[in-house]
Write a new protein. Structure first.
Length: 286
Protein backbone atom coordinates (compact mmCIF):
# COMPACT_ATOMS: atom_id res chain seq x y z
CA UNK A 1 0.00 0.00 0.00
CA UNK A 2 2.74 2.58 0.78
CA UNK A 3 4.36 1.84 -2.60
CA UNK A 4 1.05 2.41 -4.41
CA UNK A 5 0.54 5.68 -2.56
CA UNK A 6 4.06 6.77 -3.48
CA UNK A 7 3.46 5.99 -7.16
CA UNK A 8 0.17 7.93 -7.11
CA UNK A 9 1.90 10.88 -5.46
CA UNK A 10 4.71 10.87 -8.04
CA UNK A 11 2.22 10.92 -10.93
CA UNK A 12 0.18 13.79 -9.46
CA UNK A 13 1.09 17.22 -10.85
CA UNK A 14 -0.30 19.02 -7.80
CA UNK A 15 1.76 16.88 -5.44
CA UNK A 16 4.85 17.48 -7.55
CA UNK A 17 4.31 21.24 -7.44
CA UNK A 18 4.05 21.17 -3.64
CA UNK A 19 7.24 19.21 -3.12
CA UNK A 20 10.10 21.00 -1.45
CA UNK A 21 12.84 22.02 -3.86
CA UNK A 22 15.95 19.92 -3.13
CA UNK A 23 19.04 21.65 -1.79
CA UNK A 24 21.18 19.89 -4.41
CA UNK A 25 20.01 18.73 -7.82
CA UNK A 26 22.35 15.75 -8.07
CA UNK A 27 23.18 13.45 -5.18
CA UNK A 28 26.74 12.13 -5.27
CA UNK A 29 27.82 8.72 -4.05
CA UNK A 30 30.90 6.52 -4.01
CA UNK A 31 31.19 2.90 -4.99
CA UNK A 32 32.39 0.30 -2.53
CA UNK A 33 36.15 0.58 -1.96
CA UNK A 34 38.45 -2.16 -3.30
CA UNK A 35 39.50 -4.96 -0.98
CA UNK A 36 43.20 -4.63 -1.80
CA UNK A 37 45.70 -2.13 -3.11
CA UNK A 38 46.66 -2.62 -6.74
CA UNK A 39 43.48 -4.21 -8.13
CA UNK A 40 41.50 -1.09 -9.08
CA UNK A 41 42.71 1.38 -11.72
CA UNK A 42 41.36 4.16 -13.92
CA UNK A 43 42.53 5.21 -17.37
CA UNK A 44 42.00 8.17 -19.67
CA UNK A 45 43.70 9.96 -22.56
CA UNK A 46 45.28 13.41 -22.30
CA UNK A 47 45.42 15.44 -25.52
CA UNK A 48 48.15 18.08 -25.61
CA UNK A 49 49.80 19.76 -28.60
CA UNK A 50 48.66 17.04 -31.03
CA UNK A 51 50.10 14.41 -28.71
CA UNK A 52 48.11 11.67 -27.00
CA UNK A 53 49.14 10.53 -23.52
CA UNK A 54 47.53 7.50 -21.90
CA UNK A 55 47.22 8.00 -18.14
CA UNK A 56 46.64 5.10 -15.72
CA UNK A 57 46.16 5.67 -11.98
CA UNK A 58 45.70 3.28 -9.06
CA UNK A 59 42.60 4.39 -7.16
CA UNK A 60 43.83 3.90 -3.57
CA UNK A 61 47.39 5.23 -3.66
CA UNK A 62 46.92 7.54 -6.71
CA UNK A 63 50.12 6.10 -8.20
CA UNK A 64 50.19 7.26 -11.83
CA UNK A 65 51.79 5.83 -14.97
CA UNK A 66 51.86 7.44 -18.41
CA UNK A 67 52.96 6.72 -21.97
CA UNK A 68 52.51 8.13 -25.45
CA UNK A 69 50.08 6.49 -27.87
CA UNK A 70 49.69 7.02 -31.62
CA UNK A 71 45.90 7.32 -31.72
CA UNK A 72 42.75 6.47 -29.77
CA UNK A 73 41.98 3.32 -31.70
CA UNK A 74 41.52 -0.13 -30.23
CA UNK A 75 45.03 -1.43 -30.89
CA UNK A 76 46.87 1.60 -29.53
CA UNK A 77 44.78 1.76 -26.36
CA UNK A 78 45.17 -1.96 -25.70
CA UNK A 79 48.95 -1.85 -26.18
CA UNK A 80 49.20 1.22 -23.95
CA UNK A 81 47.20 -0.40 -21.14
CA UNK A 82 49.34 -3.52 -21.30
CA UNK A 83 52.53 -1.44 -21.33
CA UNK A 84 51.46 0.46 -18.20
CA UNK A 85 49.67 -2.23 -16.18
CA UNK A 86 51.94 -5.25 -16.57
CA UNK A 87 54.81 -3.68 -14.54
CA UNK A 88 52.31 -2.89 -11.75
CA UNK A 89 50.76 -6.36 -11.38
CA UNK A 90 52.06 -9.93 -11.31
CA UNK A 91 51.17 -12.00 -14.35
CA UNK A 92 49.61 -14.76 -12.24
CA UNK A 93 48.16 -12.42 -9.64
CA UNK A 94 44.55 -11.40 -9.03
CA UNK A 95 42.54 -9.79 -11.79
CA UNK A 96 42.60 -6.00 -11.99
CA UNK A 97 39.73 -3.73 -13.05
CA UNK A 98 40.33 -0.60 -15.14
CA UNK A 99 37.55 1.99 -15.24
CA UNK A 100 37.40 4.04 -18.45
CA UNK A 101 35.08 6.45 -20.22
CA UNK A 102 32.62 5.12 -22.84
CA UNK A 103 34.85 6.26 -25.70
CA UNK A 104 34.68 4.36 -29.02
CA UNK A 105 38.21 3.02 -28.56
CA UNK A 106 37.60 1.71 -25.03
CA UNK A 107 34.26 -0.04 -25.56
CA UNK A 108 35.56 -3.05 -27.58
CA UNK A 109 38.18 -3.70 -24.89
CA UNK A 110 35.51 -5.06 -22.54
CA UNK A 111 35.44 -8.31 -24.52
CA UNK A 112 39.11 -8.37 -25.54
CA UNK A 113 40.42 -11.92 -25.16
CA UNK A 114 44.09 -10.91 -24.88
CA UNK A 115 43.41 -8.61 -21.94
CA UNK A 116 41.42 -11.35 -20.23
CA UNK A 117 44.39 -13.71 -20.58
CA UNK A 118 46.46 -11.12 -18.70
CA UNK A 119 43.77 -10.82 -15.97
CA UNK A 120 42.83 -7.29 -17.02
CA UNK A 121 39.15 -6.38 -17.23
CA UNK A 122 37.70 -3.11 -18.50
CA UNK A 123 34.79 -1.37 -16.78
CA UNK A 124 32.89 1.29 -18.73
CA UNK A 125 31.51 4.26 -16.84
CA UNK A 126 27.81 5.04 -17.02
CA UNK A 127 27.02 7.21 -20.04
CA UNK A 128 24.47 9.46 -18.30
CA UNK A 129 26.72 10.10 -15.33
CA UNK A 130 28.62 13.35 -15.91
CA UNK A 131 31.09 12.41 -13.19
CA UNK A 132 31.62 8.89 -14.53
CA UNK A 133 35.40 8.75 -13.98
CA UNK A 134 36.40 11.40 -11.39
CA UNK A 135 39.70 9.78 -10.37
CA UNK A 136 40.93 9.81 -13.97
CA UNK A 137 39.78 13.41 -14.45
CA UNK A 138 41.77 14.48 -11.40
CA UNK A 139 44.82 12.56 -12.64
CA UNK A 140 44.62 14.37 -15.99
CA UNK A 141 44.38 17.78 -14.28
CA UNK A 142 47.34 17.05 -11.99
CA UNK A 143 49.47 15.80 -14.87
CA UNK A 144 48.69 18.92 -16.90
CA UNK A 145 49.92 21.08 -14.00
CA UNK A 146 53.17 19.13 -13.83
CA UNK A 147 53.69 19.40 -17.58
CA UNK A 148 53.19 23.17 -17.40
CA UNK A 149 55.96 23.37 -14.82
CA UNK A 150 58.26 21.40 -17.12
CA UNK A 151 57.40 23.03 -20.46
CA UNK A 152 56.29 26.66 -20.25
CA UNK A 153 56.25 27.23 -24.03
CA UNK A 154 53.74 24.42 -24.78
CA UNK A 155 56.19 22.72 -27.12
CA UNK A 156 55.83 19.02 -28.00
CA UNK A 157 56.85 16.74 -25.16
CA UNK A 158 59.67 14.24 -25.25
CA UNK A 159 59.76 10.85 -23.54
CA UNK A 160 62.17 12.16 -20.90
CA UNK A 161 59.97 15.15 -20.08
CA UNK A 162 56.91 12.94 -19.64
CA UNK A 163 58.79 10.52 -17.38
CA UNK A 164 60.16 13.34 -15.21
CA UNK A 165 56.75 15.01 -14.89
CA UNK A 166 55.08 11.72 -13.95
CA UNK A 167 57.78 10.95 -11.38
CA UNK A 168 57.38 14.36 -9.78
CA UNK A 169 53.62 13.89 -9.67
CA UNK A 170 54.07 10.61 -7.80
CA UNK A 171 56.52 12.27 -5.40
CA UNK A 172 54.21 15.07 -4.26
CA UNK A 173 52.70 14.81 -0.78
CA UNK A 174 48.97 14.27 -0.56
CA UNK A 175 46.32 14.69 2.12
CA UNK A 176 47.56 11.70 4.09
CA UNK A 177 51.01 13.24 4.45
CA UNK A 178 52.64 10.71 2.13
CA UNK A 179 53.30 10.69 -1.59
CA UNK A 180 51.79 8.25 -4.05
CA UNK A 181 55.16 6.57 -4.47
CA UNK A 182 55.47 6.05 -0.70
CA UNK A 183 51.96 4.64 -0.47
CA UNK A 184 52.61 2.30 -3.40
CA UNK A 185 56.04 1.02 -2.31
CA UNK A 186 55.52 1.54 1.46
CA UNK A 187 59.02 2.97 1.66
CA UNK A 188 60.25 6.48 2.32
CA UNK A 189 61.21 8.33 -0.84
CA UNK A 190 64.08 10.07 1.01
CA UNK A 191 65.69 7.25 3.02
CA UNK A 192 64.07 4.21 1.35
CA UNK A 193 63.25 2.81 4.78
CA UNK A 194 60.11 0.75 5.22
CA UNK A 195 57.03 2.67 6.39
CA UNK A 196 54.43 1.26 8.81
CA UNK A 197 51.43 1.54 6.47
CA UNK A 198 48.30 -0.60 6.70
CA UNK A 199 46.47 -1.11 3.42
CA UNK A 200 43.10 -1.60 5.11
CA UNK A 201 43.44 1.58 7.17
CA UNK A 202 44.44 3.45 4.03
CA UNK A 203 41.45 2.16 2.05
CA UNK A 204 39.04 2.88 4.90
CA UNK A 205 40.34 6.42 5.48
CA UNK A 206 40.14 7.28 1.79
CA UNK A 207 36.56 5.98 1.48
CA UNK A 208 35.44 7.94 4.55
CA UNK A 209 37.05 11.13 3.23
CA UNK A 210 35.27 10.79 -0.11
CA UNK A 211 31.89 10.20 1.52
CA UNK A 212 32.42 13.18 3.80
CA UNK A 213 33.16 15.43 0.83
CA UNK A 214 29.96 14.56 -1.07
CA UNK A 215 27.80 17.09 0.76
CA UNK A 216 30.16 19.99 0.11
CA UNK A 217 30.57 18.97 -3.53
CA UNK A 218 26.80 18.74 -4.04
CA UNK A 219 26.24 22.23 -2.64
CA UNK A 220 29.04 23.74 -4.74
CA UNK A 221 27.62 22.27 -7.95
CA UNK A 222 24.00 23.22 -7.19
CA UNK A 223 22.72 26.14 -9.28
CA UNK A 224 19.88 26.92 -6.82
CA UNK A 225 21.03 26.14 -3.29
CA UNK A 226 18.45 26.03 -0.52
CA UNK A 227 18.01 29.06 1.71
CA UNK A 228 19.55 28.75 5.18
CA UNK A 229 17.17 28.50 8.13
CA UNK A 230 16.88 31.99 9.66
CA UNK A 231 17.53 32.50 13.37
CA UNK A 232 14.20 33.94 14.53
CA UNK A 233 12.84 34.50 18.01
CA UNK A 234 9.43 35.53 19.30
CA UNK A 235 8.98 39.29 19.00
CA UNK A 236 11.12 39.76 15.87
CA UNK A 237 9.85 41.77 12.92
CA UNK A 238 9.98 39.85 9.63
CA UNK A 239 8.72 40.19 6.07
CA UNK A 240 7.70 37.78 3.31
CA UNK A 241 9.51 37.45 0.01
CA UNK A 242 6.18 36.85 -1.74
CA UNK A 243 4.97 40.34 -0.75
CA UNK A 244 7.46 41.86 -3.16
CA UNK A 245 5.88 44.59 -5.30
CA UNK A 246 7.05 47.48 -7.48
CA UNK A 247 4.31 49.84 -6.31
CA UNK A 248 4.46 49.46 -2.52
CA UNK A 249 6.76 48.34 0.23
CA UNK A 250 6.48 44.98 1.97
CA UNK A 251 4.22 44.53 4.97
CA UNK A 252 5.90 43.79 8.27
CA UNK A 253 4.93 40.87 10.45
CA UNK A 254 5.47 40.10 14.12
CA UNK A 255 6.64 36.67 15.25
CA UNK A 256 4.16 35.58 17.92
CA UNK A 257 5.03 31.89 18.38
CA UNK A 258 7.23 29.02 17.19
CA UNK A 259 6.49 25.33 16.90
CA UNK A 260 9.52 23.35 15.70
CA UNK A 261 10.16 24.30 12.07
CA UNK A 262 6.95 26.33 11.93
CA UNK A 263 6.81 30.04 12.74
CA UNK A 264 3.54 31.86 13.55
CA UNK A 265 3.49 35.47 12.38
CA UNK A 266 0.92 38.22 12.72
CA UNK A 267 0.47 41.37 10.70
CA UNK A 268 0.36 44.37 13.00
CA UNK A 269 -2.93 45.74 11.59
CA UNK A 270 -4.87 42.46 11.45
CA UNK A 271 -6.08 39.72 13.77
CA UNK A 272 -5.22 36.62 11.66
CA UNK A 273 -2.08 34.64 12.50
CA UNK A 274 -0.58 32.89 9.45
CA UNK A 275 1.72 29.89 9.89
CA UNK A 276 4.85 29.45 7.73
CA UNK A 277 7.76 27.02 7.49
CA UNK A 278 11.12 28.54 8.45
CA UNK A 279 12.94 27.01 5.46
CA UNK A 280 10.38 28.14 2.88
CA UNK A 281 11.44 30.57 0.16
CA UNK A 282 8.72 33.05 1.16
CA UNK A 283 10.40 33.85 4.45
CA UNK A 284 12.94 36.54 5.31
CA UNK A 285 14.14 38.45 8.35
CA UNK A 286 14.77 42.15 8.83
Amino acid sequence: MPKAAEQASDSCHTCASLKRFPKSLVEQSSEDPPDLVGISYVADVLKRNRQLILVVRETVTSYTSTCFIKDEKLGSLRDGLIHLLIPLKPLNGPSVVVRVDPAPGFRPLCDDSYLKQLNISIEIGRVKNRNKNPVADKAIAELEDELLREEHDHSPLSENTLVIATTRLNSRLRQRGLSSRELWTQRSQFTHEQLPISDMNLIRAQHEARNKNHGFSENSKCSRPGRPTPDINIGDLVYLYTDRSKTQSRDRYLVVARDGEWCFIKKILRQSTPRLVLQSKTFGML
